[in-house]
Design a binder for this molecule. Structure first.
Ligand code: 5AD
Ligand code: SF4
Length: 454
């Protein structure tokens, strides 16, 4: 097709970046850009980057180094390749990025990717000067993005962005900016559209998603619990998830929503980070370990099958072995069935990077290994305890064997089962019959109708 161009997007980091990368493809599609499977023959390469830990940020620079050879080969063949760095590294580094990586043509922050088509046009006209945009514009990008293309049975929907919490280790308030909540009408319209194009599950995204409080369709203000209740009314939407939440924004209304709204899965990612009150205070988390556990208890009282997952940071400045043990105690008390755990990584410009008592790398490595062993044990026990249970499973992928489909339980466990093809994209009741290293095995429960388990 004439006029067709190739776009390669590489995504680093969180689910918000996965969502943003999909929107970047959406904004470039009307200009004739189609997805390329490798960067080698792409006309435009976008690295959608993450700045949360040093390792993620450094990876971008090694990838940029590798792109140089591809670009040279393309130029030698008479073509041209533009390289754009988007996302949080772009926001944090701005024009300094170009000094370190002259290959970069375009630097755009997370708030301005609706302006990428115009930036590409400018870069194509320029003679090697880079095009920068790391503003926080007054017009929200969401108003300027095309509606999302079909995302399949399980879709993401960004409802909130930015963070006002300023945990002392975290770059997000600087790279993503102040909290912004999309108006309820826009969220509901996008959700309806996702369901019309096949979504059965929607995961609401935001850096501090449960702090969402937005404009209601009648001009008033809704809290997050109300938004969940309204979304759950959309016919055909079987499941709702949201991530990432802050414990301080788990309100009584949100807990009530978990009791009342059956579409809300009984699984919540609620990062605790540490179990030691002194460390939680130094992190500026705004809650103690006991307050966190009380929130967990309230959620479990509202929804008895509720399970939690969490994020952890080990080796925060000043963390002692005894304080690390307090984190293990919270893990046992809350029984997290999934977690992301990290060694503390000092980030430029954050208060914790300048704190005394930075923990030695070897100690961080050791604590991380012990923490992960604790978490793995809980996860294994939970998976084994699922055998014999009947669970609603959303089938969203073909299996490895003929006649098999793979889906997700409410707890995000992968599950494979022999299923008729028409079960794809639906929620089915499945009895768990086996546990493998990476997935559960299941058998369809014939209860005579689709989506019976929801
Ligand atoms: N070092 C290590 N982990 C971090 N996180 C955020 N900032 C840092 C940092 N400086 C972790 C937190 C957060 C998750 C997304 O990344 O656990 O919840
Ligand atoms: Fe970062 Fe989350 Fe803390 Fe906000 S609440 S500063 S995103 S860790």
């Amino acid at each position: 097709m004439s006029g067709q161009k190739k776009l390669f997007v590489k995504t680093y980091g969180c689910q918000m970046n996965v969502y943003d990368s999909a929107r970047i493809r959406d904004v470039m599609a009307p200009l004739g850009y189609v997805a390329a499977s490798t960067p080698a023959d792409a006309d435009l390469v976008v690295l959608n980057t993450c700045h949360i830990r040093e390792k993620a940020a450094e990876k971008v620079f090694s990838d940029l180094g590798r792109l140089r050879a591809h670009r040279r080969a393309k130029e030698e063949a008479g073509g041209r390749m533009l390289v754009a760095v988007a996302g949080c590294v772009a926001q944090a580094e701005g024009e300094a990025l170009r000094a370190r990586a002259p290959i970069v043509d375009i630097v755009l922050g997370p708030q301005v990717y609706h302006r990428l088509p115009e930036m590409v046009a400018r870069a194509l006209r320029s003679h090697g000067e880079a095009v920068f945009d790391t503003e926080f514009p007054v017009e929200p990008k969401f108003d300027h993005l095309p509606p999302p293309a079909s995302e399949g049975p399980s879709a993401f929907l960004a409802i909130q962005e930015g963070c006002d919490r300023f945990c002392t280790y975290c770059v997000v308030p600087y790279t993503r900016g102040a909290e912004y909540a999309r108006p309820a009408a826009a969220v509901l319209a996008e959700a309806r559209q996702l369901v019309e194009t096949g979504a059965r599950e929607i995961t609401l995204l935001g850096q501090n998603v449960n702090a969402w409080a937005g404009e209601a369709p009648d001009g008033g203000v809704w809290g997050f619990g109300r938004l969940l209740r309204e979304l759950a009314e959309i016919p055909g939407l079987a499941r709702l998830r949201y991530t990432t939440s802050h414990p301080r924004s788990v309100t009584p209304d949100l807990i009530a929503a978990h009791r009342e709204v059956s579409a809300l899965v009984p699984f919540l990612h609620l990062p605790v980070q540490s179990g030691a009150d002194r460390i939680l205070a130094a992190m500026n988390r705004g809650h103690t370990a006991a307050e966190y556990l009380r929130t967990v208890d309230a959620l479990k009282a509202a929804r008895p099958d509720m399970m939690l997952s969490s994020d952890f940071i080990v080796g925060f400045p000043g963390e002692t072995e005894a304080e690390f043990q307090e984190t293990l105690a919270v893990i046992r008390a809350a029984g997290f069935i999934q977690a992301f755990s990290f060694k503390y990584s000092p980030r430029p410009g954050t208060p914790a990077a300048a704190m005394p008592g930075q923990v030695a790398e070897a100690e961080k490595v050791d604590r991380l290994a012990r923490l992960q062993a604790e978490l793995a044990g809980i996860q294994e026990n939970f998976n084994r305890a699922c055998v014999g249970r009947t669970m609603p499973v959303l089938f969203d992928r073909p299996g490895r064997h003929a006649g098999q489909l793979i889906g997700r339980t409410p707890y995000m466990q992968a599950l494979h089962a022999r299923m008729p093809q028409e079960a794809f994209g639906t929620v089915r009741a499945v009895r768990v019959v086996s546990v493998g290293p990476n997935s559960l095995g299941g058998e369809a429960v014939d209860i005579g109708r689709k989506d019976a388990a929801e």
